[in-house]
Every structure is written in C-alpha cells, then in structure tokens.
Design a protein around this ligand. Structure first.
Ligand SMILES: NC(=O)c1ccc[n+]([C@@H]2O[C@H](COP(=O)([O-])OP(=O)(O)OC[C@H]3O[C@@H](n4cnc5c(N)ncnc54)[C@H](OP(=O)(O)O)[C@@H]3O)[C@@H](O)[C@H]2O)c1
Length: 259
C-alpha cells in the first residue's frame, strides 16, 4: 500500500488493543492515516497493549487517539464518537473488529452469556454504525466489518458464528441503506488467525491440530484486505463479504456418519 494513500484521514478500529485490530491499526498508520485505538477493559493488560500500539503509531509520524469504550453500551459508544469528533473532527473509516464470546455450545450458554454475545457482537456493532453515520457521511466514509468462517460453518464451541452470520446480513442491508449517504459497507471474513482468542479455541477443538500451518492466516493478511476495501480500488464492491483464509474453507467438510 502506497505510504501516504490515507494521509489526512482518520480510521477508528474497535478492539484494536491486540490481535487483528492491532494489525489493522498499524496498517492504516503505515498508509498515513491517523488512528483511533479502542479497547474495553480499563486498567489492565489490554490498556497497556493499547498504549503500546498508540506509541508505535506516533513513532510512524501519525496521530493516535486512545479511547476506552465498551461497544455493547450505547452511552459508551456515544461518548466514544463525541470524543473522536472533538479531537479529530472526522472519521473516514470505521472498522468493526471488536468481538467477545464464550467458547461453548449455544445450548449450554447462561442467560448472561447469551446477552453478552448479542450485546457485543450484534447490537454493539449497530450502535457503532449509527453513532458514526454523521461523521462518515461528511467524508463519504467506509465501514468494514470483520467476520469469521463461523458465519457459515458449524463449530460447537463457537456460538459467535451466529452473530457473524447476522452481521454479514447487516453489512448487506447497510450497504444499500447508506448508499444515498455515499458510505460504503463491506466485510472481511477471516480464516483462523493465531491471536489470544485462538489460544482458547485450540483447547476445545481437537481437529485444529490437523490443520496445516499453510492454511492459517496472519493478522496482516486480514489488514491488507481491509486496506483494499477502504481504497478507491474497491469502489464497485458493495455489501460483500470477502473470505481471506488461504482456501481453508474450500477444504472444510465433515464425513457423513452412517445412520
Ligand atoms: N482469531 C481468529 O482466528 C479470527 C478469525 C476470523 C475473524 N476474527 C475476528 O477478528 C476480530 C478480532 O479477533 P481477535 O482474535 O484479534 O480478537 P482478540 O485478540 O480477542 O481481541 C479482541 C479485541 O476486541 C476488544 N473488545 C472486546 N469486547 C469489546 C467491547 N465490548 N468493546 C470494545 N472492545 C472490545 C478487546 O479489548 P479488551 O481486551 O479490552 O476486551 C480486544 O482489543 C473479531 O471480530 C474476531 O471475531 C478472528
């Protein structure tokens, strides 16, 4: 990506203290954008990591704004957007990356886990879209949602998949709904990436040991496609979800058991 392609623009990446969000934040900074780094948990390792990302962005010559906010809380999202608006005056790119899930079968989820799943991964993303519209409208901005293969394949330990499927529909709906405001909306559906959440999934999914190393995805490989979707080169893509998985999903199948 050309080093100054996003100079003068502002990218807000939810959940960018670590993992894929961190890689996306740094990719935007390499392309010259100023970055809003967001995280949820105040006072712990997430905040430390978020501070580190901000320092790294600043050494690259870009501005980094650090904003703690829980996207599942409407007031928190409103405060996030107000702070961004006051400090940077604009948002060109909203990257819906934050996610949080229990790793256990849907039928075993406690009521508070079900609510947290929906509040963070569905309602929270919609809060972010709604709150960012006034700023995105001014910049003919772009929204990119980070989905996962759970949106289309069954894994008993991954109830987040159903939220990802719902959000892929939201992406299509918003792409059409926000067209008059010249806001583009698309998604990147990532294969398996070795982040903190992968460490938990690995303990619950035996077959993961059989997946060849070449089929894992690097955080930067997701970030590169996010950059593409935020660039003018993607201008004809509308409401789509692009799968980035080294072909892993081409090979997914479950042997059918004899009845
Ligand atoms: N890892 C994979 O294999 C994979 C594959 C495909 C897609 N994805 C998707 O890519 C995205 C990032 O995944 P990851 O593995 O990098 O995740 P991760 O390492 O678990 O990091 C999640 C980030 O989201 C933040 N977050 C969680 N709940 C939040 C909330 N309510 N409000 C604001 N921020 C919140 C976390 O901050 P705190 O630590 O402060 O809570 C953290 O910064 C997710 O949408 C995930 O579903 C992941």
């Amino acid at each position: 990506m050309e080093s100054s392609i996003f100079q003068g623009k502002v990218a807000l990446i939810t959940g960018s203290s670590r993992g894929i969000g961190n890689a996306i934040a740094l990719a935007f900074a390499r392309a010259g954008a100023d970055i809003v780094v967001n995280y949820r948990r105040a006072g712990g390792s997430s905040e430390e990591q978020a501070n580190k990302v901000c320092e790294e962005i600043r050494t690259m010559g870009c501005t980094a704004y650090l904003v703690q906010a829980d996207i599942s809380q409407k007031e928190s999202v409103r405060a996030l957007m107000n702070e961004v608006s006051e400090k940077s005056g604009r948002v060109d790119f909203l990257i819906l990356n934050a996610a949080r899930t229990p790793f256990k079968p849907l039928e075993k989820l406690l009521e508070r886990e079900i609510r947290q799943l929906v509040d963070t991964n569905y309602i929270g993303n919609i809060f972010c879209i709604q709150a960012a519209i006034p700023l995105l409208e001014k910049s003919s901005g772009k929204i990119v949602f980070i989905s996962s293969l759970g949106s289309r394949f069954y894994n008993e330990s991954y109830p987040l998949g159903s939220m990802k499927a719902a959000m892929e529909s939201v992406v299509r709906d918003c792409a059409e709904g926000l067209k008059p405001k010249k806001i583009s909306v698309n998604a990147v559906c990532g294969g398996i990436v070795k982040t903190d959440s992968f460490k938990v999934l690995r303990q619950l999914w035996e077959e993961i040991a059989h997946i060849p190393e070449s089929l894992f995805v690097e955080p930067d490989e997701i970030a590169d496609v996010v950059m593409f979707l935020c660039s003018d080169a993607s201008r004809a893509i509308c409401g789509q979800t692009i799968v980035v998985d080294h072909g892993f999903s081409n090979r997914l199948y479950q042997p059918i058991q004899k009845q």
